[in-house]
Design a binder for this molecule. Structure first.
Ligand SMILES: Cc1ncc(COP(=O)(O)O)c(C=O)c1O
Length: 325
């Protein structure tokens, strides 16, 4: 099951030490895993999920993919590119109304040939079933990828990523005590949770919440738990997970989804100017700020090894150019 995937990326993604920041935050050794370098359409964490989702669509004989997200969705941009590679038609339902000028992820999604439907206030695929019916009337066989690619199939990408991480850590003779990352639609968090259990990694997840809005009436923790429960059945994991087993740090989501504050700006400048690595304004900027703040305030054990899992998002920088100067 873990091997039934459509190759879309370059793996393993590198792990580097952030040397200057480890000196500045001297109670910690800070590492970064570069999923911004997964290779598909300028990289990002969705490559891993899409390898399993696209394979499933092909196995089911589908010719069209429908998915949804915000207008600057990284998931949608990567889905559009994956569809080009797999020879599938791609329909994206993106929040907001059509802008005069396409930029950032929206520009790239259209370059990859996706058909774009603008959906106003609804940015999480609330009306996918309506579009699916319409496309089926036109003899399309549609495969729906949920918001963020977050279901048990997509999560397998991060189960596999945990195996990749474990192999890298063994080779480097390194242990990681905490993994910080941006959590938003939940698939990555669910996959890492399952992977850590399956491959017996001794590490603690510190997911930083990005979007305080619920998804289909569920909190992010509930979404993650549902995927984890489906995953335990699929993977034969015995442990029974409860809501209390799903961590989520909500200290940095107050401004709302996609709103840049001094926090994101600080994190983007800090990593760019200390290590020459770019974060994005919506996800990794917020999560990296959260990590630095936790280190500064010693919210996690001193003298530990900390990994920031960089999840991509580069194209959105160009959409937010005026706010990043
Ligand atoms: C750059 C980036 N980081 C992190 C995430 C969060 O991953 P997940 O949706 O699996 O929680 C996303 C999701 O869109 C993303 O685009």
């Amino acid at each position: 099951m873990i091997d039934n995937k459509f190759n879309l990326g370059f793996f393993p993604t590198p792990i580097q030490q952030l040397k200057k920041l480890s000196e500045d935050y001297s109670d910690y050794n800070i590492f970064i895993k570069r999923d911004d370098n997964t290779g598909l359409a300028s990289g990002g964490n969705k490559t891993r999920k899409l390898e399993y989702l696209i394979q499933k669509a092909l196995d089911e004989g589908c010719n069209s993919i429908i998915t949804a997200g915000a207008q600057q969705s990284n998931h949608c941009r990567q889905t559009a590119a994956a569809c080009s590679i797999a020879g599938l038609k791609c329909h994206l339902m993106l929040g907001g109304s059509e802008p005069n000028r396409y930029d950032g992820n929206l520009l790239l999604s259209s370059l990859f040939g996706a058909t774009i439907h603008f959906t106003g206030e609804k940015r999480k695929g609330e009306d996918i079933h309506i579009l699916k019916k319409e496309l089926e009337k036109q003899n399309n066989n549609c495969f729906v990828i949920p918001y963020g690619g977050s279901n048990v199939t997509g999560a397998l990408g991060f189960v596999n990523a945990t195996k990749e991480l474990k192999e890298q850590l063994i080779k480097k003779n390194l242990t990681i005590d905490y993994i910080f990352f941006a959590s938003s639609s939940g698939g990555m968090q669910a996959g890492l949770t399952l992977g850590i259990e399956l491959y017996n990694l001794k590490t603690e997840l510190v997911p930083i919440n990005i979007d305080k809005a619920e998804t289909y009436g569920l909190s992010l923790e509930e979404v993650v738990l549902n995927i984890v429960k489906n995953g335990t059945k699929l993977l034969g994991i015995k442990r029974e997970f409860e809501l209390s087993d799903i961590p989520l740090n909500k200290d940095y989501d107050k401004a709302g989804y996609g709103i840049i504050t001094d926090n994101e700006r600080f994190a983007i400048h800090e990593l760019a100017r200390s290590e020459g690595i770019l974060l994005d304004p919506v996800y990794t900027g917020r999560a990296f700020y959260g990590m630095l703040n936790c280190l500064k305030e010693n919210k996690i054990k001193p003298n530990s090894n900390v990994l920031f899992w960089h999840t991509g998002g580069l194209p959105a920088i160009f959409k937010y150019a005026d706010e990043l100067k």
